[in-house]
Design a protein around this ligand. Structure first.
Ligand code: PLP
Length: 370
C-alpha cells in the first residue's frame, strides 16, 4: 500500500546505514560496548561546551536564531570569510541534502568517488539524479585519468571528500587542483572537509578554501563540528560558499530553524577552545600511526589515513568479522560497496579501547574455523 504512494526515486533508495545499535550489541554480548562505527571523537568536547549549554538551559522557550548570526560570525572569523557566505546545517549532512534539493533535477549527473560517503550517493538519487562514481586506484589513491573522464561528461554537481571517507586518504594539492580546474564552470563543486582538522598537520594537506577562494565559479566547502570538535550529538555543520547568493538559495529550501539554539551555543564555545581541538588532533594522530603500524605488521592491508578512522582489509567476509566483533561488544562497520566486501572501517578511540579492538580483530583473523 505505502509503496504505491512513494515517488519513484524513493522506492529504490537505499537506507543510510548508521551501524549496529549499541544497546542491542550490549544486550546480546553482555560486554561493555566499544563503539567504533561513526568516526566520533572519543576524547569529548571542550569543557566550555557544557558551560555554554548549561547557561542556555535556563532559556529554552524561544525559537533559535534562524540564521545563527553569532555562530556564523564566529566561523567567519575562524576561517576568514564573511558571515553572509556561511550556511549552517543540522550536521553537514543537512547541507548535502539542501544542496541536492536546491540544485538537482531528475536526470542530472553527479560525480563522486568510490568507495565514498553514502549520502553523496543517496541524496542525489533521492532527487532523481544519476550518480557516476570514480573508483580510487588499487592503492586507495586518486585516479586522475578517471576523474578527468568523469568530469568531462558534464556533471551538474561534484561531491569530493578530502580526506575521503571510508579510506581516510587525503588528496594532495595537485590532485585537488585537477578536480577544481576539471569541473565545468557551470557545475557546483562541493568539497566535503568533514575530517580536515585531523589532516591539517600534514604539510601536504591542501587548504581547500584557500584554493577555491579566488575561483569565480560556484563552490562550497563543507565542515562539521561532529568530528574533531566532538559535537556529533548536537548536529552542527557549516558550509563556506562561493557567494551569498548560494547561501540564500539554500535558505529557501532549508527548514527555518534547522540548527537548535543549544547546538549553536555549543559550537561557538567549541570554536573558542582551539587548545582542546589541537589536543584531540594530536592524540588521534598518534593512535592512527600506532594502529596502522600494528595492523600492517600483523599482515593486514590498511589504507593510509589522514582522518580519525582506518579502512582495513580483513581478507575475509567483513560481515562475519563484524558479527564476531559484536560478540565482544566492539562495533565497527563492514563496508558494503562492491569490491570492498572484505573491508571494515573502524573509528579510532582511546588507546585502551583501540588495543582491545586490535587484539580481538587479530584473534578473529587468525582463526582457521571459517
Ligand atoms: C565525509 C562526510 N561528510 C559529511 C558527514 C556528515 O557529518 P555530520 O552530519 O555529522 O556533520 C560525514 C559523517 O560521517 C562524513 O563522513
Amino acid at each position: 500500500m505505502i509503496e504505491s504512494l512513494l515517488r519513484r526515486e524513493v522506492t529504490g533508495l537505499p537506507a543510510y546505514d548508521p551501524g549496529a545499535d549499541p544497546d542491542e550489541v550490549a544486550r546480546d554480548s553482555g560486554a561493555r560496548v566499544i563503539k567504533l562505527s561513526n568516526n566520533e571523537n572519543p576524547f569529548g568536547a571542550s569543557p566550555a561546551v557544557a558551560v555554554a549549554v548549561h547557561r542556555r538551559l535556563a532559556d529554552t522557550s524561544r525559537y533559535p536564531d534562524p540564521t545563527g548570526k553569532r555562530l556564523a560570525a564566529a566561523i567567519g572569523r575562524t576561517v576568514g570569510a564573511p558571515p553572509e557566505r556561511i550556511v549552517l546545517g543540522n550536521g553537514s549532512e543537512n547541507i548535502l541534502e539542501l544542496l541536492c534539493q536546491a540544485v538537482l533535477n531528475p536526470g542530472d549527473l553527479v560525480v563522486t568517488q568510490a568507495p565514498g560517503f553514502s549520502l553523496h550517493d543517496i541524496f542525489p538519487r533521492m532527487m532523481g539524479a544519476r550518480v557516476e562514481k570514480v573508483p580510487v586506484t588499487d592503492g586507495f589513491g586518486f585516479d586522475a585519468g578517471a576523474w578527468d573522464q568523469a568530469l568531462a561528461a558534464g556533471p551538474k554537481l561534484v561531491f569530493l571528500a578530502n580526506p575521503c571517507n571510508p579510506t581516510g586518504v587525503m588528496l594532495t594539492g595537485a590532485e585537488l587542483k585537477r578536480v577544481v580546474t576539471g569541473t565545468p564552470e557551470s557545475a557546483l563543486l562541493v568539497l566535503d572537509e568533514a575530517y580536515c582538522e585531523f589532516a591539517r598537520p600534514d604539510p601536504d594537506y591542501p587548504d581547500g578554501l584557500e584554493m577555491l577562494r579566488d575561483h569565480d565559479r560556484p563552490w562550497i566547502v563543507l565542515r562539521t563540528f561532529s568530528k574533531a570538535y566532538g559535537l556529533a550529538g548536537f548536529r552542527v555543520g557549516y558550509g563556506i560558499a562561493s557567494s551569498p547568493a548560494l547561501v540564500r538559495a539554500l535558505d529557501r529550501v532549508r527548514t527555518p530553524y534547522n540548527v537548535n539554539q543549544l547546538a549553536q551555543d555549543a559550537a561557538v564555545a567549541a570554536l573558542g577552545d582551539p587548545a582542546h581541538l589541537a589536543e584531540t588532533v594530536r592524540r588521534t594522530g598518534t593512535e592512527i600511526g600506532r594502529l596502522t603500524v600494528r595492523l600492517r605488521e600483523a599482515g593486514l592491508r590498511v589504507a593510509p589515513s589522514a582522518a580519525n578512522f582506518l579502512f582495513i582489509d580483513t581478507a575475509r567476509d567483513a560481515g562475519e568479522v563484524v558479527r564476531r566483533l559484536h560478540r565482544s561488544g566492539i562495533i565497527v562497520k563492514a563496508w558494503r560497496e562492491s569490491g570492498y566486501e572484505s573491508f571494515i572501517r573502524a573509528s579510532l578511540s582511546t588507546p585502551e579501547e583501540n588495543d582491545l579492538f586490535v587484539r580481538r580483530l587479530l584473534e578473529i583473523c587468525e582463526r582457521r574455523d571459517w
